[in-house]
Design a protein around this ligand. Sequence first.
Ligand SMILES: [Zn+2]
Length: 156
Amino acid sequence: MKLFIGIFLYCREYVVLLMSNFSKGGRHEKYKKLDIFLVGFYLVLSIAAAIYFTVDGLQVHEGKTEVVISVENSQYARFNLPVAEKKEIIIDTGLGHNIVFIEGERVSMHSSDCNDQICVHQGEISKPKEMIVCLPNEVLVQIIGSEKREVDQIAQ
Ligand SMILES: [Zn+2]
């Protein structure tokens, strides 16, 4: 698992570096294939990480839907959905600054200072197993529910 996280972090650094190079426009042709491969590899690792987080110890009581916000791989906040009042969760860590909005059963990343902004552009999530991941800031927002079939699939 440590090796996995190591490779993952290494790839992430590389992709961040790539993105800053792209924005400067100073790319060299011969690196392109390697770039595409690494970005693809990074995406696969991201999905694997998301699955790992999901499988790793998230259990819900029957008939409940919850939103769980994790920062740097540990639980930061957790709410039952829908929420009665609109919530604004401010996350400030050494890695960055994120604001999560929860309104009714809809959850979204309102803002983030990450350089890719993927989390913000993802929009709202509201169904069990949907998630918003901010990789640069290591923020994971996921909705968990208790639809029995889904739980069984994870258990297998
Ligand atoms: Zn982000």
